[in-house]
Ligand binder design. Sequence first.
Ligand SMILES: CC(C)(COP(=O)([O-])OP(=O)([O-])OC[C@H]1O[C@@H](n2cnc3c(N)ncnc32)[C@H](O)[C@@H]1OP(=O)([O-])[O-])[C@@H](O)C(=O)NCCC(=O)NCCSC(=O)C[C@@](C)(O)CC(=O)[O-]
Ligand SMILES: NC(=O)C1=CN([C@@H]2O[C@H](COP(=O)(O)OP(=O)(O)OC[C@H]3O[C@@H](n4cnc5c(N)ncnc54)[C@H](O)[C@@H]3O)[C@@H](O)[C@H]2O)C=CC1
Length: 443
Amino acid sequence: MSENIRENHRVSGFSKFDKQARRRWLLDHFLPGHDSGDFAFFDATNPDLQEVVDNFSENTLGNFPLPFGVAPNFLINGKVYAVPMVIEESSVVAAASSAAKYWLTRGGFEAEVIATEKLGQLHFRWGGHPDRRAALFPELERRLRHVTSGITARMETRGGGVRGMQWKHLPAVNEQCYQLLVRFGTGDSMGANFINTVLEAYATEIELWSSDSEQLNARERDLEVVMAILSNHTPNCTVRTWVRCPIEQMNLAGSGVDAADFVRRFCFAVDIARQDPYRAVTHNKGIMNGIDAVVLATGNDFRAVESAAHAFAAEGGTYRSLSRCRVVDGIFHFELTVPLALGTVGGLTRLHPLADIALDMLGRPSAEELMCVAAATGLAQNFAALRSLVTTGIQRGHMRMHLQNILSSLEATVTERKAATGFFDGRTVSHHGVRQYLEKLRG
Ligand SMILES: CC(C)(COP(=O)([O-])OP(=O)([O-])OC[C@H]1O[C@@H](n2cnc3c(N)ncnc32)[C@H](O)[C@@H]1OP(=O)([O-])[O-])[C@@H](O)C(=O)NCCC(=O)NCCSC(=O)C[C@@](C)(O)CC(=O)[O-]
Ligand SMILES: NC(=O)C1=CN([C@@H]2O[C@H](COP(=O)(O)OP(=O)(O)OC[C@H]3O[C@@H](n4cnc5c(N)ncnc54)[C@H](O)[C@@H]3O)[C@@H](O)[C@H]2O)C=CC1
């Protein structure tokens, strides 16, 4: 590509273009051979709804659909749920459904929210001596709470608000680095915007305090706010979920695998993931298959959930599996503890029409109830994946589902699809094998 052409690929003011102009510019500069119908393929027929979707993010060109599915038969804390799941990967919904069905007749999933505290951080540079903090903090805290009382009042009526704060010294960054660590309750919201609003009001007030407090000497007036933002590390916003049943009931119908042998191999696999980070990352990916699908379906922030989960898995310095397994007195226990900062109000939860339906499907849960459902789906997913891994291997079930994608990529007709599905039932599926089969079929 010549310099000239590259120059033409740059653009100024793109964010001001309307959607048609954005599409046109992309077609002219980056997508020869396409037309604007390619972007419009999944546009909503209702223009008002399309506008809502366009406003979810920026520079939008079209909609990018993902399948919206459901895993029925989830018995969680004595209530049966049909769990909404949005995911692009084959066999995840099938695996969650299969594990839900398995546990439906074995007591189901139990789940309890351990804590729901979120954190926010205000970082600042301060010229005072660290030992002066104890004397200065009461006045500062009183002023910070006072200045945000209008913002926090309604959240307090929901049992949330500012739960406490600490003034920390971070000499590892540099001698003048300080952090205000604030603990929040955010009710049924994930709370990012609430927390950030409070913290930014604190940022203004702390600078004001440094300039007008009579308690401060000249050095102590040297204060500069660096940034104010929530922390996505939420080790005190966690949920625990578990399944348990006598080993003799852990039969796998039609597999020929003995229940005790299955449990022994299953626990062995979990123990490996407790110790070996390479295995733990894959193991936890399986858990997140389930959790992310529920998080996406309900319009929650999956990046926040992902980063918090992996930080939690690495607490203590070694990355470990989030789930653990044990057998006590002939009873199989399998459990998962995971941080989940979820909301059932705010963000996209009610704005996205399918997230709204997903929450209806769950019976308009509180944030705590949604934490229980998402965690149980993660544990179910983990159970199904491990059950396959230690018995048939993952490819049998996974590739059976993925077969449909391979057939789509090879543009199989309905008749070819039907024939191939029958042919590969019980046979090993591979892209090459399916291609060969279709070539033979097509003569
Ligand atoms: C795939 C299954 C469930 C098949 O398992 P199966 O026993 O052959 O299924 P089945 O045909 O006997 O059906 C039993 C039930 O499974 C569900 N089920 C079965 N098929 C479907 C389907 N088409 N659509 C929806 N649900 C399905 C459904 O609940 C069904 O009950 P029914 O509805 O008939 O009353 C099993 O092999 C399995 O659980 N495999 C694990 C798959 C998995 O974990 N996939 C994730 C991708 S791999 C990965 O990303 C993570 C991993 C594995 O690396 C993590 C790790 O290493 O730990
Ligand atoms: N680092 C991060 O994770 C960041 C995430 N975000 C985004 O912020 C959004 C989530 O922020 P939120 O503050 O949760 O959403 P939001 O800004 O839509 O606010 C939720 C609001 O709903 C109101 N509300 C009504 N009923 C409530 C109830 N029962 N409980 C609690 N609040 C109730 C409250 O005023 C609350 O502040 C997500 O879209 C996320 O992606 C934004 C900035 C940073």
